[in-house]
Design a protein around this ligand. Structure first.
Ligand code: 13P
Ligand code: SF4
Length: 336
């Protein structure tokens, strides 16, 4: 690996979003990452959509709620977040005094991008008596404009915790919002956002796949569009899908979410078959291009140089923290 100075590294990151340094291919990245964890008292948190190597080296793998809870409780000095920007940002909001690193700063989220703060502020102003519940897949600015945050694991309970006569705005995912309206019977005003990965599944191709695998169960994430959710045998967060596929007695599953989750599904139940639900064209669009910007090399470099780091304006952090804390309190109350 070439020598690089910190000043040079920072400039390199501001241009590219990650440390663009060649890594010696003979380095044992798994061993080096373990060494750096110990030396720096660092914890690696990874989302289920990360590539298998990153999942295998992580200290904790989870869904958005589990990751936020773990970030809140850790006593590590450095949190290395193998996920996307809003997740690392949430960890920073909860841990202002810890260093939070993201291997590639450009690992964003199409759903978070679908809610620009200025437009959302105007939208909110049009519904002044509404309480705002925002899905955690949003920027800190949107969180700061929200009353409560939720994830796909606790969204139903969060909506149900609001008095029935209180009107609600749900943002930014319209698919999760529509699913929640159906589940809870609450008539919420929805922001028109969506995830590019979960909107790509082809109903026609899944149906054809089901004809070839009649015993397979269709399991889907609630970010999918309504026609996919309608044919699903089970709907849940990534943790929910993983748990269901372990405990259920079917042998085959068609999995309608990002493909990264299949690694843990297959590891937990090597006796079962997991088939990724096909997208509506021949691309690998059921791989999240943002999540997959992180690589094992970038993870190693970010731990070695402690860059790129998530930083945040303190006023924004405090405003964004309140609705996250409300979510964590309600989740704890329900044992989620
Ligand atoms: P969960 O892991 O919380 O279900 O979220 C899925 C997702 O799309 C994360 O970006
Ligand atoms: Fe965002 Fe969708 Fe990627 Fe999750 S899978 S990070 S919601 S674009």
């Amino acid at each position: 690996m070439g020598d690089i100075h910190i000043g040079e590294a920072k400039e390199n990151i501001s241009n590219r979003g990650f440390l663009d340094v060649e890594v010696d291919p003979t380095i044992d990245l798994f061993g080096e990452i373990e060494r750096l964890k110990k030396e720096k008292n660092a914890i690696v948190l990874a989302h289920y959509y990360q590539e298998p190597d990153i999942q295998d080296v992580a200290d904790y793998i989870g869904d958005s709620l589990g990751l936020a809870q773990k970030a809140e409780k850790t006593d590590a000095d450095i949190i290395v977040f193998a996920g996307v920007h809003f997740m690392a940002e949430t960890a920073k909001i909860l841990n202002p005094n810890k260093k939070v690193l993201l291997p590639d700063l450009k690992a964003g989220c199409s759903l978070a991008d679908s809610a620009p703060p200025d437009l959302f502020r105007q939208f909110k102003a049009q519904h002044p008596d509404h309480l705002v519940i925002s899905y955690i897949n949003c920027t800190a600015d949107i969180k700061a404009l929200s009353d409560i945050i939720c994830t796909s694991s606790n969204a139903e309970k969060i909506v149900e915790s609001i008095p029935v006569d209180q009107p609600i705005i749900f943002a930014p995912d319209k698919n999760l919002g529509s699913y929640l309206i159906k589940k809870t019977g609450r008539n919420m005003v929805l922001w028109n956002g969506a995830c590019m990965v979960h909107e790509i599944f082809s109903l026609e191709k899944i149906t054809r796949l089901k004809i070839r695998h009649p015993q397979a169960k269709i399991i889907a994430h609630p970010e999918c569009e309504e026609p996919i959710l309608r044919i699903a045998d089970f709907i849940g967060s990534t943790t929910g899908l993983l748990k269901y596929s372990q405990e259920d007695d079917a042998k085959e599953y068609i999995v309608a979410t990002e493909t990264g989750i299949l690694h843990q599904m297959q590891k937990a139940r090597p006796d079962k078959t997991f088939i990724p639900a096909p997208p509506d064209n021949s691309c690998a669009c059921n791989d999240c291009p943002h999540m997959k910007l992180n690589t094992l090399e970038k993870l190693y470099l970010c731990m070695e140089y402690e860059l790129p780091e998530i930083t945040m304006n303190e006023q924004l952090r405090l405003a964004a923290r309140k609705p996250i804390e409300r979510m964590l309190e309600i989740s704890a109350k329900y044992g989620l």
